[in-house]
Ligand binder design. Structure first.
Ligand code: ADP
Ligand code: MG
Length: 378
């Protein structure tokens, strides 16, 4: 799905009230009944229905025929809008530029503040797998309790921000976290290529050791990245690695900690062998080489992202993984992401495929010229 900054510009105070009302209503209602929206929005001059239809036309909400009543639900477009609006109010974002990535579970944009500092906006899109599947596996979702995409995406953003903050404060090479709201985070733009796109490095052995040391240092601080691979390691021109992408991090207290640790180590070994023909007998082992000295996971919990939230998110992520495995790689391969499986909406599937191709080789170009064609948000 595209983030349409133009849509964001033309929004009256009343539109905004109604959109906010739909969001508030969705806390207790899967489909928010129209009268409830009107009631929450408390429009002085009425006209709620007209506004709701207009918001639906702009894909910020979707009209849904519920079994018992008709109503609306917030779309990702609407949720994006509300988050961006908040960033604008806090002066952290002023304009939205190019999209530089579309992942399985996120969209990445270049944004800028009023001083024209370029930054990265990461929008979490959890539930792409299950909501796509809704078409073929309705039963599955019926049985699933209340795993709303909105809530899970918000948890993922909260988690990523909390971890990034704690890692940054403790001197790990990660982007500086700047702001977080709803399912979005704003962070420092790193001027670097993902390791995946790098064909040659001056000294593979040095980079290899740095990465392994990073895995060990994380574990000594009580953490395992959980997705430590060539996509999530950016390498600066001077060879310095920067680690990104934290929604799946786990504590070294996790029952499967050793498995996750070894998998991270193995990712790097396999990649270095394949890409740089570099192999080393030396690689860290969880039991032998890590010794927990600090409790960053405790700091994370203290930062407002609670253990309970962490568990809720983990459970959802595991369900998604299982579902993806059941469905085979196809379920994850392309990135058509129709809005939460709602059939009323026309999605832009063809467009998304093009973006997918761009992602492989066009990432950094996007980053370099991110300011161009940007749209002011408010
Ligand atoms: P996902 O969860 O979808 O994998 P990532 O956080 O890994 O999302 O980001 C996807 C891609 O976006 C990365 O591989 C990288 O190319 C780019 N990217 C993400 N964050 C930054 C950043 N702070 N600076 C520069 N590029 C970034
Ligand atoms: Mg990633």
């Amino acid at each position: 799905m595209k983030l349409d900054a133009k849509v964001l510009r033309y929004m009256s105070a009343e539109d905004f009230r109604v959109l906010t009302a739909v969001e508030m209503g969705s806390k207790n209602h899967e489909v928010v009944p129209s009268p409830l929206v009107t009631q929450i929005a408390q429009l002085r001059h009425g006209g709620g229905h007209k506004i709701m239809s207009e918001l639906a036309r702009r894909n910020l909400v979707a009209k849904v025929q519920h079994i018992k009543y008709d109503g609306y639900r917030l779309t990702y477009g609407g949720y994006d809008y509300l988050a961006l609006k908040t960033f604008c109010h806090r002066d952290s974002v002023y304009s939205v530029g190019n999209q530089i990535g579309v992942g399985k579970e996120s969209d990445i944009y270049i944004v800028a503040n009023e001083e024209e500092r370029q930054m990265v906006l990461k929008i979490q899109r959890l539930g792409r797998v299950s909501f796509r599947t809704i078409k073929s596996k309705r039963d599955y979702l019926k049985n699933r309790k209340s795993a709303s995409w909105m809530y899970m995406s918000k948890l993922a953003a909260m988690k990523e921000y909390a971890f990034m903050k704690v890692l940054h404060e403790n001197g790990f090479p990660v982007p500086e976290p700047i702001d977080q709201n709803r399912h979005c985070i704003v962070m420092e733009l790193i001027d670097a290529f993902p390791l995946r796109q790098i064909t040659e490095v001056a000294n593979p052995g040095k980079l290899y050791s740095e990465l392994m040391n990073m895995i060990v240092k994380l574990a000594n601080y009580g953490l395992i990245h959980g997705d430590f691979n060539e996509f999530n390691i950016l390498v600066r021109d001077n060879g310095e690695p920067v680690l990104i992408d934290f929604p799946q991090m786990v504590s070294t207290d996790h029952p499967n900690a050793e498995y996750y640790f070894n998998r991270d180590v193995e990712c790097i070994r396999v990649f270095f062998k394949r890409r740089f023909q570099y192999e080393s007998l030396l690689y860290p082992k969880f039991r032998l080489d890590t010794e927990r000295q600090f409790d960053l996971d405790v700091q994370v919990a203290a930062s407002g992202f609670t253990k309970k939230q962490q568990q809720e998110l983990e459970q959802f992520q595991e369900e998604e993984k299982k579902l993806a495995e059941e469905l085979g790689e196809d379920a994850l391969g392309d990135s058509d992401d129709d809005e939460e499986g709602s059939e009323e909406e026309d999605s832009e599937e063809e467009d998304d495929e093009e973006e997918d191709d761009e992602e492989e080789d066009g990432n950094e170009e996007g980053a370099a010229e991110g300011g161009q064609g940007s749209e002011e948000v408010s």
